[in-house]
Design a protein around this ligand. Structure first.
Ligand code: FES
Length: 269
């Protein structure tokens, strides 16, 4: 039976009609511009090094761009990268086989999304600044729908961290494979692994894995403790994202310079 009332359709969702692109008067464009320049520099450096396909092993140090080296065309690296899944049919640089994983992790990272959406797509360039695009579909459609795969890249990144930590431990051997060595490169690899662990542990997915969907923290004291620690790290996620990015690039640069003979690795013992 009709009640006699007429329902009013919801108002169409549209953008606010504001003529100015922004009312902000501060230099809001500095941060996205810096992000753009630094990202571009990193992409150029990483692309060059990935295709260079040499100077990535300076015994006992291996570049994080080439670890684990899983193809048979890698230079011999005793104790590291000896698992060759990929046969001789692979003729390109071995770095191209593995960089997809750290790349996928960082590309889908919640912080990096914000950074490159602002710096590259200007979507939007900053808070309270209009974006140049006519419509907005967010991450509800392909390809940005793939951003939801971040939790899987997180798992892959954790595996890579274990491998890079092992590489740092191998830095305590000398070029002949004997334990009891420590050089500047050992410290560089250790610092890189530490930064990568901190960045990965501060991930939003990690925080959810630790404490997400719990109804009673009191019934899960271990997970609560882990969630508390990760939550503290999570407040520094942006800083750790940048620090670990520089850490990876500088570690690779160090190995490159030592492997190419530009300078010798200073040895402490
Ligand atoms: Fe940044 Fe997961 S949110 S690494």
């Amino acid at each position: 039976m009709s009640t006699g009332t007429v329902s009013t359709p919801p108002p169409a969702r549209s953008r606010a009609e504001i003529e100015q692109p922004t009312l902000r008067t501060d230099r809001y464009w500095v941060a996205p511009l810096l992000t753009f320049v630094v990202f571009l520099a990193f992409i150029a450096y990483a692309t060059f090094r990935a295709f260079q396909n040499e100077y990535y092993y300076a015994p006992p140090y291996i570049s994080p761009f080439y670890s684990p080296c899983i193809s048979t065309n890698c230079v011999p690296m005793p104790g590291a990268g000896e698992v060759h899944f990929i046969g001789s049919w692979w003729g390109l640089s071995p770095a191209l086989l593995i960089l997809i994983f750290p790349l996928g992790f960082r590309m889908t990272c919640y912080y990096y999304r914000k950074a490159y959406y602002r710096a590259f797509w200007q979507s939007p360039p900053a808070c309270a600044v209009a974006e140049p695009h006519g419509k907005y579909t967010g991450e509800t459609r392909f390809p940005l729908l793939l951003q939801n795969s971040h939790r899987y890249w997180f798992a892959a990144a954790a595996v890579f961290n274990v491998i890079l930590t092992w590489d740092a431990i191998l830095g305590f051997r000398n070029a002949q494979g004997e334990w009891g060595h420590m050089g500047l490169g050992t410290l560089v690899l250790l610092a890189n692994a530490t930064l990568l662990w901190l960045y990965t542990a501060s991930c939003h997915s990690c925080r959810h894995i630790m404490g997400g969907r719990l109804k009673h923290f009191s019934k899960h004291p271990v997970r609560y403790r882990a969630w508390t620690v990760v939550s503290k790290l999570n407040t520094r996620h942006m800083q750790l994202a940048w620090a670990s990015l520089f850490g990876v690039a500088l570690t690779d640069l160090y190995v490159w310079l030592v492997a190419s003979g530009v300078f010798s690795d200073p040895k402490f013992f």
